[in-house]
Design a protein around this ligand. Structure first.
Ligand code: LRH
Ligand code: MN
Ligand code: MN
Length: 388
């Protein structure tokens, strides 16, 4: 049996990047509900994110989104973040809210549209030099709604050409991560629908290009941990966008819809070296808190990832291997399930206290008065939202 004390030191290096947009207002196509205290500026989003790190020690970076987090001086934004104990992380591009991209962006059939989309990414790379960010994350809304609408084969070639130009502009320490999603907003075909398509493109690009796996971007029933194992095996898993889903791209709190799936994913991460000290895998959240409190929602999320990482580390891998080699089907399964069913919360609480963190970060945050303070201070301002 592996004990908590055997794995505790491995928890120290856990780092989960928070998305700035999780702190802004968001909603569905039906309604965006406002929440009192919601940030009005990129700085206020970063200040809220810094709270999550202060109470958990788990979230040292904030991912930004261009143009949602557009500012005049990115170096100043970075030092603002640093003063609050966090750093800026992944830069997310946006080619899905401009009229010009109605029929696609990097895979559009129109050269002038592709040019505009490529230039946006070149601007993101410039910003990354100022923010010190390593990763440029590309998620494309590109696709078609009706069979015959576009030449799906040519669009792959245009996409490859566009990505090549972006890739070639990366600095030595910078990386490109290409996210896939099987549908939405396009409903017939999507230009980067699956891990295989992303893998084909990033492999063609070179060693600084990787795949981003968003856990909400698969068809129901997909064995996501298998994709994790395969991408790690191929050396191309660059990052995770964690969230959970009941139906489609729900962007709910990671580990809330299916904690067992999160465990299985994290077990493959650990098994495949994705949690090793020198791992190239970046762990991020990509969530929206439409109706729940946003800072508490982010606290809950990083704690869920921490709890499930601890359980994944608790798997007795030597015993599991032995059972697997002996074709002991149920014995092997029991070893995995033993770790999954281990309640690590009391051990984690004690471990946090030993590191001068609150045993219960959510209770400590709620008692701090921060939420009441921002509700009072930010009253009457225009709140930032998904897309603002
Ligand atoms: C759209 C999406 C995608 C991106 C994010 C900014 O599906 O959720 O996952 O990462 O918007
Ligand atoms: Mn995502
Ligand atoms: Mn998504």
């Amino acid at each position: 049996m592996v004990q908590f004390s055997d794995i505790a030191s491995e928890l120290e290096r856990q780092a989960i990047e928070l998305p700035s947009w999780a702190f802004g207002n968001s909603g569905t196509r039906f309604r965006v509900f406002g929440t009192p205290g919601t940030p009005r500026t990129p700085e206020e989003k970063i200040a809220d994110a810094a709270q999550v790190n202060a109470y958990t020690g788990l979230a040292p970076k904030v991912a930004i989104h261009i143009p949602w987090d557009k500012v005049d001086d990115y170096a100043a934004l970075r030092s603002y973040a640093n003063d609050l104990g966090v750093d800026l992380g992944t830069v997310n591009s946006n080619t899905f809210q401009d009229e010009a991209y109605k029929f696609g962006s990097l895979s559009s059939g129109e050269a002038s549209v592709r040019r505009k989309a490529i230039d946006h990414h070149l601007e993101c790379i410039e910003i990354m030099h100022q923010t010190g960010s390593r990763d440029l994350k590309i998620w494309l809304a590109d696709g078609t709604n009706y069979p015959g609408q576009g030449d799906i084969r040519s669009r792959q070639d245009w996409l490859a050409e566009s990505l090549r130009e972006i890739y070639d502009a990366l600095g030595d320490e910078q990386r490109l991560v290409l996210e896939y999603k099987f549908f939405e907003p396009a409903f017939y075909h999507t230009d980067v629908p699956d891990w295989g398509t992303s893998y084909a493109h990033v492999t063609a690009l070179g060693p600084k290009a990787f795949t981003c796996l968003d856990t909400g971007h698969h068809a129901p029933g997909t064995n996501i941990e298998f994709i994790v194992a395969q991408l790690l095996r191929l050396g191309k898993l660059g990052s995770f966008d964690f969230n959970s889903r009941f139906y489609a791209d729900d962007d709910l709190i990671v580990g809330s819809a299916d904690p067992f799936q999160l465990f299985r994913i994290l077990y493959e991460v650990v098994r495949g070296g994705g949690y090793d000290v020198d791992s190239p895998v970046a762990f991020m959240l990509d969530q929206c808190h439409n109706i729940e409190e946003k800072i508490v929602g982010q606290l809950r999320s990083v704690l869920n990832v921490q709890e499930m990482t601890a359980r994944a580390l608790l798997v007795d891998r030597a015993a599991l291997l032995e059972a697997q080699n002996a074709n002991d089907v149920l014995g092997a399964n029991a070893i995995l399930m033993d770790a999954f069913y281990t309640d690590v919360r009391p051990d984690l609480a004690a471990w946090r206290e030993s590191r001068e963190l609150p045993a219960d970060p959510i209770a400590a945050f709620k008692a701090s008065g921060y939420q009441e303070k921002i509700v009072a201070e930010r009253a009457g301002g225009v709140q930032a939202g998904w897309g603002a």
